[in-house]
Design a protein around this ligand. Structure first.
Ligand code: CUA
Length: 365
């Protein structure tokens, strides 16, 4: 007859496999942690990370002491087959005082850095020697995309928050519809955004790069596809981006290039007919009813994302699709195929019309 194996022996291979799997998966990212709060790239996230490390340190000490005491007790007072019944007791005032006072003291210790960090991160950011006055940005959540307005610069963009390295950005946030939550794992967050109530968050980027952000509160069917990027660049590069956006007037974008007024001036380069057709379609297919084609002069919030600079963005459809010509054409023709429930409703658009619209949108640099 075969002896039944001890339960731990049955589970051992599974346990070893899981441990191996964890080691392999943890090694996957090759040192790049775009969605990790454990690799902060800004001052706000560093404060939160420092608090986390402190708390984990305390928890580790408590864990080791408690487990050591437990193992010691289990080993020292283990029962043997012929042991007599142990002495029966009920209650022990000294022990109860000890196990109340020690956790209370631990919590009090942890509360000090916690409360300090809460106040630190909740304060209104001040001017710094390095970056000067904080740059104000209005963040507006929509189902399902993000609008970023720069009131001091007179420009608007969508789904890409551009910030200069070294200068604090002071985000004032609200939503047009339901609750969302603004989250950039490597910089700050999360912060809920509400209709008719302003919430704030701030951060200073320390390193250039593209950092993913997301909506972190369920807000409808496409909550999971309400993504964005933070593009942190050095101040000179940020200045160039601002200048491009300020020159990108919504009104000029939908006006065909003017013929030369001076007959002696050299004739301007003829516009690509496909671009001209795309511009016309942008007006007649009602795209312009929901989307502004330029970043400057778009004073009010529109239903759809601002398209100024769409040609240079990494992603379309709020971080869901790579910004390729083919994806853009498919998206224009059938957005709900990619995002069920999207508020972008389009009539029939032929392949040729989609090509023309893409050609026009590619001029929105
Ligand atoms: Cu917006 Cu989830």
């Amino acid at each position: 007859m075969r002896h039944a194996r001890a339960p731990w022996r049955q589970w051992l291979p599974h346990g070893l496999f899981l441990a191996l799997l964890m080691v392999v998966l943890v090694g996957c990212d090759g040192g790049n942690y775009p969605q990790s709060t454990l690799h902060p790239k800004g001052d706000f996230a560093e404060k939160v990370d420092a608090l986390f490390q402190t708390t984990v340190g305390w928890a580790a000490i408590v864990f080791v002491l408690v487990e050591a005491a437990l193992l010691w007790a289990i080993f020292k007072f283990r029962g043997r087959p012929d042991d007599p019944e142990p002495k029966q007791t009920h209650g022990n005032t000294i022990v109860e005082i000890i196990w109340t006072v020690i956790p209370a003291a631990v919590l009090a210790f942890v509360a000090v850095p916690t409360v300090r960090t809460i106040f630190d991160t909740a304060k209104t950011p001040e001017a710094t020697a390095e970056g000067g006055e904080p740059r104000k940005v209005e963040v507006i959540g929509h189902q399902w995309w993000w609008e970023f307005r720069y009131p001091e610069l007179g420009i608007v963009t969508a789904n890409e928050l551009h910030v200069p390295v070294g200068r604090t950005v002071d985000l004032r946030m609200k939503t047009m519809d339901v609750l969302h939550s603004f989250w950039i794992p490597q910089f700050a967050g999360k912060r809920d955004v509400f209709p008719n109530r302003e919430t704030r968050i701030w951060f200073t980027a320390r390193e250039t790069g593209a950092y993913p952000g997301a909506c972190a509160e369920f807000c409808g069917l496409q909550h999971g596809r309400m993504l964005f990027y933070v593009m942190a660049s050095d101040p000179a590069e940020f200045g160039q981006w601002v200048a491009r956006r300020q020159a990108d007037s919504a009104a000029a974008a939908i006006r065909p290039p003017a013929p030369p007024t001076d007959s002696l001036a050299p004739a301007p380069l003829a516009e690509d007919p496909l671009v001209a057709q795309g511009r016309q379609l942008f007006l007649t297919k009602a795209c312009v009813g929901c989307h502004s084609p330029g970043s400057a002069g778009a004073a009010t919030t529109m239903i759809g994302p601002n398209l100024g600079g769409i040609a240079t963005r990494r992603m379309i459809a709020a971080g869901w699709l790579e910004n390729t010509d083919a994806n853009l054409a498919h998206w224009i023709q059938n957005p709900s195929q990619f995002k069920t429930g999207t508020k972008m409703i389009v009539g029939p658009i032929t392949d040729a019309e989609a090509q023309a619209l893409v050609a026009f949108l590619r001029t929105r640099q």
